[in-house]
Design a protein around this ligand. Structure first.
Ligand code: SAM
Length: 284
């Protein structure tokens, strides 16, 4: 089997298939041989597991997943990679490539059709131009998956994994913590990729909670309020929510008082419980 983290192997297979890297599709392929085995070991895949991968590249992570899992289904957008993957994944009979945009793929159907009776996890080195939309979609779709292990830009990982109510938290932190517990697994330097990006990376793991972290009466509206609260970071929560949702400030101040919160509080100081209480008092 070819060493898919070897630069000359990657260049050779791509050249033979007339392929070049697409910056627009976030194609930075892993060339550090220790990263994919570590990710595959830590994502929760075993012989009873189906793994969804997003973006195969030349298949360097895909083969490590296939060695450990019962089945790997990879959604890859770039059709130019299909003949490349036919060649690089030829030794495996438990890998299926779906040529599609993951954002337009019905993952509920995919899981039902491909992973019947298996526990399911997601593992991927994500294209960085679309990291937050992909993770938000995976969480909000409430897929029957146990965990999401992904490599993302370091700064994004800090934002995803910081506690809600801490200085660096944002709407995406609240969304992640609502659906999952998040932790950083390990750092990956920019030199681990071909071509090298301008940023360092972090592998994070999100373990899906059996129940959301807090109970709210209307999830969609709750996240509208959360996004509003974080929309203008230098303003108070009152001002941000008021201008984002068109609600009079007096109503929000009253709801803050009822929730035992200061009317000058900023969104990043609010914990998950604070946000849930504020929401229920504002829209009761
Ligand atoms: N897994 C490979 C690796 O680690 O070397 C490739 C990772 S590369 C950072 C991201 C991959 O995602 C590329 O192969 C790219 O073509 C693919 N991709 C980009 N946008 C996508 C989308 N919307 N849906 C599915 N795959 C996508």
């Amino acid at each position: 089997m070819k060493n898919l983290s070897d630069i000359s192997v990657i260049r050779d297979v791509m050249e033979r298939h007339g392929m070049s890297f697409s910056k627009a599709l976030g194609q930075n392929f892993l060339i550090n041989p220790s990263v994919c085995p570590r990710m595959a070991d830590m994502c929760g895949a075993d012989k009873n597991t189906g793994v969804i991968e997003i973006g195969a590249g030349v298949g360097v992570l895909t083969v490590e997943l296939a060695k450990r899992a019962k089945k790997v289904v990879c959604v890859e957008l770039d059709s130019r990679l299909l003949p490349v993957l036919d060649e690089t994944l030829a030794d495996f009979d438990n890998i299926e490539i779906i040529n599609a945009d993951v954002m337009k793929t019905d993952l509920h159907k995919l899981i039902e059709e491909k992973f019947s009776g298996m526990k399911v996890v997601v593992c991927a080195n994500l294209p960085y131009y679309i990291t937050s939309p992909i993770i938000t979609m995976l969480l909000e779709e409430k897929l029957p998956i146990e965990a999401i292990t992904v490599m993302i830009q370091k700064e994004a990982a800090d934002r995803f994994c910081t506690p809600v109510g801490s200085r660096d938290s944002g709407a995406i932190t609240v969304c992640t913590n609502y659906y999952a517990t998040a932790k950083q697994l390990f750092q990956v330097s920019r030199g681990s990729f071909l071509p090298a990006p301008n940023v360092d990376s972090t592998v994070i793991r999100l373990d899906i909670r059996p129940e959301p972290a807090v109970k709210v009466s209307d999830e969609k509206k709750f996240f509208q309020m959360v996004r509003g609260a974080f929309s203008q970071r230098r303003k108070t929560a009152v001002n941000s929510i008021s201008s984002a949702m068109g609600i009079p400030k007096a109503e929000i101040i009253e709801a803050l008082h009822k929730s035992d919160l200061s009317e000058t509080v900023r969104a990043e100081k609010l914990t998950m419980d604070d946000l849930a209480r504020l929401f229920e008092n504002l829209f009761e």
